[in-house]
Design a protein around this ligand. Structure first.
Ligand code: GRF
Length: 214
């Protein structure tokens, strides 16, 4: 079964591209039902169109957040979205969207939460002088990068790194982490238990041993 997934973006869409690539390669059991940007010039819209994915801009300018989200919901519903993935979508959500897609919205953040939330994860971690950073994929709540964490992947700072090289390596790590979280969600392996996200073992991997139950 292919889960209909909507991807929300505001910019370049390199994470969107990794989802498209893994989907086309057959390693993600999803259909990207639409890509929505709040910015008309987001390059991610072009990436989507190039792959025949419906791409819609819903500008947020001049609207209340609730008004904007009502428009989003209409488009998400018209494409039958079951999971909403925020991939570089630079807006906080309100209860309007959160209630409609309760437990079905995930986001990728470019730092190891709860460190360095907000819009400049790479820069903030780099300027702080961390030795290890990474990315976090989490369910979305009303806060800024505060929802329950699904998975994290690490990006150690290497000798000779610059902010650019640190960020480039970090983005490549994001491009694996976000599809992996989507895969876990779409195969029904995630359960939210308060602040904790329980990840069920992979059925294929947990059927090791003799397989003989008597
Ligand atoms: C990524 O670093 C993501 O973690 C953050 O915004 C950036 C989006 O990059 N939320 P892209 O648009 O996917 O290239």
């Amino acid at each position: 079964m292919q889960t209909p997934v909507a991807v929300l973006i505001s910019g370049s869409g390199s994470n969107l591209q990794s989802i498209i690539d893994q989907t086309e390669a057959g390693s993600l059991p999803i259909k990207i039902c639409c890509v929505i940007s709040n910015k008309p010039d987001a390059f991610g819209l072009e990436r989507a169109r190039k792959h025949g994915i419906p791409a819609v801009c819903i500008p947020s300018r001049g609207k209340t957040r609730a008004e904007h989200e009502k428009e989003l919901i209409a488009v998400l519903d018209s494409h039958g979205a079951e999971l909403v993935v925020l991939a570089g979508y630079m807006r906080l959500l309100t209860p309007v969207l959160l209630e409609r897609f309760k437990g079905r919205i995930i986001n990728i953040h470019p730092a190891l939460l709860p460190s360095f939330p907000g819009t400049h994860g790479y820069e903030d971690a780099w300027n702080y002088g961390v030795k290890v950073s990474g990315c976090s994929v989490h369910f979305v709540d009303e806060g800024c990068d505060t929802g329950p964490i699904i998975l994290q992947a690490i990006n150690p700072v290497e000798p000779g790194d610059t902010l650019e090289s640190f960020k480039k390596r970090g983005l490549a790590i994001e491009h694996q982490a976000l599809p992996e979280a989507i895969r876990l969600y779409c195969t029904g392996r995630l359960h939210i238990d308060g602040r904790r996200v329980l990840v069920e073992p992979d059925a294929a991997e947990s059927t090791g041993g003799s397989g003989c139950t008597g």
